[in-house]
Design a protein around this ligand. Structure first.
Ligand code: MV4
Length: 588
């Protein structure tokens, strides 16, 4: 199977995936845009590659470049995270065509659940309840009028290619149909290049409840409970929790069984989420997200399952190790999304540099962060800085812990959603579990409370002075290297004597980067591909013994031990491309 995973993403999810890889003994390769050179996910990886000059999302969306880097890095698998290419069937196919494993569902399953009406047809076949509505694209305004009469108003006109509320129009009376239809079509055309529309009965005050599933490649699947994600603003979720305050054990079991039936019937493999609306004790399938989601963390806390490791393990072909009967919730978990946004200005994105930064800690507190102290937030990506998750024996306990953790969270220099969350956690309706997709709109007093929680603005803390030895970062042919400098560069002319580097491993205090002159090791004199590695940590070697073979310009070059001794670390695997001057191995 694979031993190296390329993570085609950034921010907190890239770090989350890399932690899972490391725990499974897998090497992780990061990719980054120019805007992300200083990003934490780059420093945490075992190796990191520059994708290209585009600072925007473009870099992370370039399928050919990511495949090229994966090859170059010797990756055997690619994890897409969420967003970017995670639900792109062409990307999954390109990864497979390059001989690598896509850590996600088969592209066919992605496509079967991709279109909204296609997913509705699959749900019908699997016997999963749907909001009353059409299964095929609409033909005429008359058809919509007939449907409105049949379901009763309001009705929703939705785009087949839709998502995030785009292409959704609510129709309250028949007279609004023509305009709503035209406007939904225009939005669908520009947003998804697909003008197909369909109609559903519109539920006016539903909850958003979703079911997590994990399926293996052998036809087994489990549902790992639900998440209530009702608290959202403009289709951006802000607070998620598990279990839902609205579900009984009976309804949970029914929804879980529905989700497993639907996932298995489309040949789903990996982690996935089935979204439902929930109103008046009834649940209705909406759509499926064929990826790991931001809020997977609350499920992990309550069910004791590592979902990202789960994704990797089923991608390795493992038979599912979880049994549905064991999937019972324990306690309660809540996630607050910590965004760089001003909740008092309509959640407008806030730019800036994180100055001081202190995460809350203690029992039942989890932080999944993509930032650090003295970090300039690139403006090109979404505003999610971190996720704060608390667990408690009860929902009340989890809320109390969240209030404490939010108060302990210090993020200097940027406006965040922390005051909004403090207000939400203190709100009596939230305490009662009285939430729906309209929660924020129904409680304008949330913003008065958030104002009271807003700290006075802080100045960004200037970056710390570099401490001795000096660490610098160099990029060679688009590959990132950490170089540790002892002493000064010779002034003016030329380079320091054979400055050597190894990629990645940049955890503070245990850096594995060295200058050749100070290192007792084996250095590569050339750039090329490691055709053979005949060295292992702890191995006794003799002077002149061949330790590596590097293929360069179609020639094989033997790299030998400079003296007898015992090897300490060997930094590269066969197939890796190494640069000239890189330390390949060290002596004890
Ligand atoms: C609905 C609905 C009520 N009835 N469909 C909005 C985004 C899209 N993914 C589904 N959405 C909705 N579809 C029917 N038939 C209400 C919403 C909705 C919503 C759904 C989930 C989470 C937040 C929401 C906020 C507003 C509206």
């Amino acid at each position: 199977m694979f031993d190296t995973v390329l993570i085609a993403n950034r921010g907190e999810i890239a770090l989350r995936v890399m932690r899972a890889c490391k725990e499974l003994g897998l090497r992780c390769v990061a990719v980054y845009s120019e805007a992300d050179r200083e990003a934490p996910h780059v420093a945490y990886a075992d190796a990191a590659y520059l994708l290209g000059p585009a600072p925007s999302s473009e870099s992370y969306l370039s399928i050919p470049r990511i495949i090229e880097v994966a090859r170059q890095a010797g990756a055997g698998a690619v994890h897409p995270g969420y967003g970017f290419l995670a639900e792109n069937a062409d990307f999954a196919r390109a990864v497979a065509a390059a001989g690598m494993v896509f850590i996600g569902p088969p592209p066919e399953a992605m496509e079967r659940m991709g279109g909204k009406t296609a997913a509705r047809r699959e749900a019908t076949v699997a016997g999963v309840p749907l909001v009353p509505g059409t299964l095929e694209p609409l033909e005429s305004l008359d058809e919509i009028r007939r449907l409105g009469d049949a379901y009763g108003y309001p009705i929703a006109i939705k785009a087949v290619g839709g998502g995030g509320g785009r292409g959704l129009r609510v129709v309250n009376v028949p007279g609004e149909i023509a305009d709503a239809f035209a406007s939904a079509r225009r939005e669908a055309e520009s947003a998804f290049k697909n003008t197909d529309l369909y109609v559903e009965k519109y539920l006016t005050n539903p909850r958003h409840i979703e079911i997590q599933i994990l399926a293996d490649a052998h036809g087994n699947a489990v549902a790992i409970g639900e998440r209530d994600c009702s608290v959202q603003r403009r289709h951006q979720k802000l607070i998620e929790e598990s279990p839902s305050p609205a579900l009984t054990a009976q309804l949970r079991a029914e929804m879980c069984a529905s989700a497993v039936r639907l996932a298995t019937s489309v040949g789903y493999v990996g982690a996935g989420t089935l979204e439902f609306l929930f109103e008046d004790g009834h649940y209705y399938f909406l759509e499926m997200n064929t990826r790991i989601q931001v809020e997977h963390t609350v499920t992990e806390m309550v069910y004791g399952v590592d979902l990202v490791k789960g994704q990797i393990r089923v991608a390795q072909g493992e038979v599912l190790w979880l049994r549905q009967a064991d999937m019972t919730p324990r306690g309660h978990a809540i996630e607050c999304r910590i965004n760089a946004e001003d909740s008092l200005a309509n959640f407008r994105p806030a730019l800036g540099t994180v100055g001081s930064y202190h995460e809350p800690t203690g029992f039942g507190v989890r932080v999944e962060s993509g930032v650090r102290a003295n970090y300039r937030i690139p403006q090109f990506y979404d505003s999610l800085l971190a996720k704060l998750i608390t667990w408690g024996e009860t929902r009340t306990d989890a809320i109390g812990r969240m209030r404490r953790a939010l108060a302990d969270y210090e993020i200097g220099g940027v406006t965040t959603t922390i005051p909004f969350h403090q207000a939400a956690m203190a709100h009596p309706a939230f305490a009662e579990g009285e939430i729906s997709v309209n929660f924020i709109g129904q409680h304008p007093d949330l913003f008065d409370a958030a104002r009271a929680f807003t700290p006075p603005p802080t100045d960004p803390v200037p970056s710390e002075e570099a401490i001795e030895p000096r660490s610098i970062t160099v990029e060679v042919n688009g590959k990132r290297f950490g170089v540790k400098l002892f002493g000064d560069l010779p002034s003016g002319e030329g380079q320091p004597a054979a400055a050597a580097a190894i990629p990645g491993k940049r955890a503070p205090g245990k850096r594995a980067t060295h200058v050749a002159s100070k290192v007792d090791g084996v250095t590569s004199p050339i750039q090329g591909r490691l055709a053979a590695v005949r060295a292992a940590p702890g191995q006794a070697v003799e002077a002149g013994q061949v330790l590596f073979i590097i293929e360069a310009m179609k020639m094989e070059n033997e790299i030998t031990a400079p003296h007898a001794g015992t090897l300490n670390e060997v930094f590269f695997q066969e197939g890796t491309t190494v640069e000239s001057g890189v330390v390949l191995a060290t002596y004890k």
